[in-house]
Design a protein around this ligand. Structure first.
Ligand code: GLC
Length: 778
């Protein structure tokens, strides 16, 4: 590897800047106000590369100015400064973002390019997609190469400093550097293998290398983490609004063997009163592991099954693998061959090994092949009443050559991305007014536009539960907010204590699905006796009650890319206690969640941010900032609400279908003034794109004499006719408090209801277009 070396000339191109150096060239393109694209190549060739990771309408915007005398290229509000082979990046108002390490910034070698940056003391690094280990990636090494990694994180507990198994199924070469509350991000635009060394070779250097001739990076100014995530997702896109049911609880296992068992599982959910919205069929539903087929003996009438399930509020979802059985008698495989849709190695179709044995891999780079697969997928879903699809093994996984399968080498990290892009288009073409729900195992930058993700084959161990938190937080910071881990753990047998703790955590994660491997003991909520069953019932019900709040958090993700499960540092960037905090996190704007991730303990140490925090279970107020050991017996996961926050809720229900939307409960917590923007729509169709949505600001005010909830008039067209709003003030000082409704310029006293558990006072009022205020006087 050579270093790029000293600058020789600064040139203004048409709309870009070019720096000619001793051993190559740097090209700088403005992208947005706060995003700059910088490319390095030995030859000075910069192929016009816009990969599918970027949004379709990706276009450079803004001007560029080359100031040779001061050795600077300025784009919008950002600048690159190149002097004596050293590079510095400047953000808005000349803020210094980062600079090259003392040996020099860019490196060029045989088919590899790289960058070495200084790692300032007290800098911290987040993002990088799906990675094991702790939240801050300082002092780790990582590789980006999508891999079927059974048993990830097996080495132990993240908090014990293990770097864990790497790489994993999804690769997102994007990170955020944080230092003293100030941030910027870097996205390495590459679908090839890339390597990150964060202070391992040298603790003051951050090294990045890609297996490309051109290093292509986007530098994103902050200064907040949220700014970086917003801008990064402007580049790579954001998720679509999911159907509401996808936010419910999902039950999966490898595999429910037949129709009878599936019906029995559905019945047991309703009998045990555990809310559930979807039952998933894993690979054994197929006829000899052939995608797009059902085993007729085990599942004689899949369409009838899905219909019956739907009548009872359950969706049916199946696993769909990309590699297709190489069976001379199977029409689909033969047709694919005839059409030349499978990947060839030389003259012959490449044959790998997946569940059916010998398998052919659709060449998803060929759009026709991808569309063919996607059409088959949509037809299969429609014919059998499947509400969503689960895309597994799409790294692609090839058991005969896990690391360097030629299909993978040819597609880079884009195999799943191509597959899902085609699926997305096909689904929306054939279901113009419906939303899609796809779950994927593999992904790269931008895949959030098409699918949600889960973290693969994690084990049933407390250490893996603990690791799931930073992993999901970092996925959220990497543009993939709709994520989750297998509740209860996938491999190994789960026990009651671990299961209860995982269900409590899962209820507060974006994607909430229980899944377990073949050969493990039953992992349904009733498998561990009454005590655990009751805990599962309470927390799943709570999940459903919180859906209006959770759905609004999803809407934020759709609009701004904001994660749903957020590391504390995202929400409290000035509190340095949180730079590597992943034992607790924020779920949306106002809920602090502190899962118990150790066996046999009945307490949890919680770090409270500044302000007041209200114990969700008791209504007790805690004054932050503070670090405190709190009570957490098995039946309780510590959950706190930001002081003053209004939390919109629904009545509990057994499925999203069964929710009584005529009642909206707004719980107002004491301890401050806060705001929630409630987003609503029908939760199912795309009518929201035609204005059928509503956004309502709920606001609280508090002083020594009174607390007020203000419900501002809703924006948008969506309304629930005849709805009542139940306003609940939690933690009231006196039961004799007076409640007044202020609406239409009139003040009317209201007789409140009284709840004893959390010292509550409640009042029900009709929902209306004008908005209202409810005043509680002490
Ligand atoms: C893979 C998936 C897992 C699934 C199994 C069988 O290991 O990660 O979730 O159950 O394949 O399909």
């Amino acid at each position: 590897m050579r270093i790029l070396g000293k600058e020789k000339k600064f040139v203004s191109g048409s709309g870009f800047g070019l720096i000619e150096c001793e051993n190559g060239f740097v090209r700088i393109d403005p992208v947005r106000e706060s995003i700059m694209r910088l490319r390095v190549s030995a030859s000075g060739e910069f192929p016009d590369s816009v990969s599918p990771m970027l949004v379709d309408n990706f276009k450079p915007q803004g001007g560029v100015e080359v100031i040779e005398g001061s050795r600077m290229v300025v784009t919008g509000s950002m600048a690159v400064w190149y002097r004596s082979g050293k590079v510095s990046f400047l953000g808005k108002n000349g803020r210094h973002l980062c600079n090259s390490s003392p040996e020099g910034g860019f490196t060029i070698g045989e088919g590899r390019t790289g960058c070495r940056l200084s790692m300032p003391k007290k800098s911290h690094y987040y993002g990088f997609g799906e990675k094991g280990g702790w939240l801050d990636k300082r002092e780790t090494r990582m590789m980006m190469w999508n891999l079927d990694m059974f048993d990830p994180n097996a080495r132990g507990n993240a908090s014990q400093g293990n770097t864990d198994v790497d790489p994993m199924y999804a690769s997102i070469p994007f990170f955020i550097q944080y230092r003293a509350g100030r941030c910027h991000g870097i996205f390495i635009h590459s679908d090839q293998k890339s390597f990150f060394d964060l202070g391992m070779d040298d603790n003051e250097t951050f090294g990045m290398t890609v297996e490309n001739d051109v290093l292509d990076m986007f530098v994103i100014d902050g200064p907040e983490i949220s700014d970086v995530v917003r801008l990064y997702t402007e580049l790579t896109g954001r998720m679509d609004l999911p159907p509401l049911w996808a936010l419910g609880y999902h039950q999966c296992r490898w595999s429910y063997p037949n129709e009878k068992r599936v019906r029995e599982i559905a019945k047991l959910f309703r009998k045990n009163e555990i809310p559930c919205d979807a039952i998933w069929l894993d690979i054994d539903y197929m006829d000899e592991y052939k995608s797009f087929t059902f085993n007729n003996k085990a599942f004689p009438k899949p369409k009838k099954l899905s219909k019956d399930l739907m009548n009872d509020g359950f969706r049916m979802i199946v696993n769909l693998d990309p590699a297709l059985a190489d069976d001379p008698d199977w029409e689909i495989a033969q047709k694919g061959k005839k059409k030349d849709y499978f990947f060839r190695e030389g003259k012959d179709f490449y044959i790998g090994k997946v569940w059916p044995g010998d398998a052919l891999f659709p060449d998803f780079r060929n759009r026709k092949a991808a569309d063919w697969f996607a059409d088959l997928g949509c037809k299969f879903a429609d014919e059998h009443g499947l509400s969503g699809l689960w895309f597994d093994m799409n790294e692609p996984a090839d058991m005969s050559n896990p690391w360097d399968c030629p299909v993978h080498l040819a597609h880079g990290n884009l195999y799943a991305h191509y597959q899902l892009a085609a699926m997305y288009d096909a689904w929306h073409k054939s279901h113009p007014d419906s939303r899609h729900f796809f779950l994927t195992r593999s992904a790269t930058a931008g895949t959030q536009r098409y699918a949600s993700i889960w973290t693969g084959d994690i084990r049933s161990r407390f250490g893996h539960l603990e690791t799931a938190i930073p992993m999901c937080c970092n996925l959220g910071l990497s543009g993939m907010p709709f994520n989750g881990s297998d509740v209860g753990g996938f491999a190994d047998n789960c026990d009651g204590e671990l299961f209860a703790r995982w269900m409590q955590y899962g209820a507060f994660t974006p994607f909430f699905r229980n899944h377990s491997s073949t050969g493990t003991s039953d992992q349904e909520p009733w498998a561990y006796g009454k005590k655990v069953l009751n805990i599962c019932r309470e927390y799943t019900a709570l999940r459903y009650r919180l859906l209006p709040y959770i759905y609004s958090a999803f809407h934020q993700a759709v609009e701004t890319g904001a994660p749903i499960q957020r590391p504390m540092i995202y929400s409290f960037p000035d509190d340095e206690r949180f730079v590597n905090e992943a034992r607790q996190y924020m779920f949306g704007d106002h809920i602090l969640v502190a899962p118990v991730t150790n066996r046999g303990v009945d307490w949890k140490r919680v770090r409270f941010p500044e302000g007041k925090w209200v114990d969700f279970h008791t209504g007790k107020i805690i004054e932050g900032p503070d670090n405190m050991k709190v009570d957490a017996p098995l039946k309780k996961m510590p959950v706190y609400i930001r002081g003053g926050a209004p939390i919109p809720m629904w009545p509990a229900a057994q499925s999203t279908e069964a929710i009584d939307r005529k009642i909206l409960r707004v719980e107002c917590y004491p301890g401050g003034n806060a705001q929630t923007v409630l987003y609503e729509d029908d939760g199912e169709t795309r009518a929201y794109e035609r204005g059928d949505w509503a956004e309502t600001v709920l606001e609280t005010r508090e002083d020594d004499e009174k607390r007020i909830l203000i419900r501002r008039p809703a924006e948008g067209k969506y309304r629930v006719k005849g709805r009542k709003i139940e306003v609940v003030f939690v933690g009231c000082r006196s039961k004799r408090s007076e409640v007044t409704l202020v609406a239409n310029g009139r003040r009317r006293k209201r007789k409140p209801g009284i709840g004893s558990k959390r010292n509550e006072i409640s009042v029900k009022v009709p929902d209306n277009d004008e908005g209202f205020e409810i005043e509680l006087r002490y």
